[in-house]
Write a protein that binds this ligand. Structure first.
Ligand code: NAP
Length: 255
């Protein structure tokens, strides 16, 4: 096992579940001090307990990424506890109105996705960059977009895909704006990953596996660990010259 993040502070939004928890555990396994954030305390505490049981250090902070005050307080809490903010993963996101054609997407669902998936990433990026650019070592940020934002060709997920396309564009532009500040910004665009978000309404995991056999060239969903590995690569010194990219981890769906 390599330890690319020993002593580095890593913040993961949406770190209480799914891909975010997998990312948090993977950073902790490589020596990072991990701060997990989300709106609900209990799942965050579970992630912290898993990290601590494996001998790592972690902190749970409740925060709503749509609130600038919350996100600023979150970054401050990370720095107060561990002394710096070296890596941030903006993973919090929601998929609503799945299966709904564009004309029928409820306005409130559209606004919630815009607020969490786009405004939430922007506010987090702002607070993170403002901290990282004051540090001698700068920092690295990875935003979680989606392969649906890459081509938008999955019927019933266009509104969600539009918010994720915005994350990709935000990533490229912010990367150029802030590389001179010592902050490297990239994105990972997962395809269908093994969390409840990739289940269709009423679908079982076995049903999803059957659907993925033909829907994905690789023949299966990506694991949370495979997606996390891409995030850790982009956040690591191995990717020191990778700036503003969007790394697609989707079993070939967009190839
Ligand atoms: P998930 O388990 O539902 O995780 C989403 C996390 O975001 C939750 O922990 C949730 O915690 C947090 N969150 C939601 N709204 C928030 C807010 N306003 N403020 C702070 N935290 C908030 O889903 P997942 O599958 O792991 O997805 C993680 C990310 O990957 C999302 O951005 C998703 O769009 C993206 N993605 C997933 C897939 C997939 O197939 N699973 C594919 C492509 C992209 P609280 O509810 O406690 O706030």
């Amino acid at each position: 096992m390599t330890h690319r993040f020993t002593g580095r502070t890593t913040l993961v939004t949406g770190g209480g579940s799914g891909i975010g928890r997998g990312i948090a555990l993977a950073f902790a396994a490589e020596g990072a001090n991990v701060v997990v954030a989300g709106r609900r305390q209990e799942p965050l505490d579970e992630t912290v307990a898993l990290i601590e049981a494996a001998g790592g250090k972690a902190l749970a902070v409740t925060a709503d990424v749509t609130r600038a005050d919350d996100v600023r307080a979150l970054v401050d809490a990370a720095v107060d506890r561990f002394g710096s903010l070296d890596v941030a993963v903006n993973n919090a996101g929601v998929l609503e109105a799945a299966g709904t054609p564009v004309a029928d997407v409820p306005e409130d669902a559209w606004r919630r996705m815009l607020d969490i998936n786009v405004t939430g990433v922007l506010l987090a990026l702002q607070a993170e960059v403002r901290q990282m650019r004051t540090q001698p070592g700068g920092g690295a940020i990875v935003n979680i977009a989606s392969r649906i934002g890459v081509h938008g060709r999955i019927p019933g997920t266009t509104a969600y895909g539009a918010t994720k396309a915005a994350v990709s564009v935000l990533t490229r532009g912010a990367a150029l704006d802030h590389i001179a500040d010592g902050v490297r910004i990239n994105a990972v665009s997962p395809g269908a990953t093994a969390t409840p978000m990739s289940l269709q309404p009423g679908e079982t995991e076995a049903g999803r596996a059957e659907r993925m056999r033909t829907a994905v060239p690789l023949g299966r969903v990506s694991t949370v660990e495979e997606t996390a590995a891409a995030v850790l690569y982009l956040a690591s010194d191995d990717a020191a010259s990778v700036v503003g990219t969007d790394l697609v981890v989707d079993g070939g769906s967009t190839a």
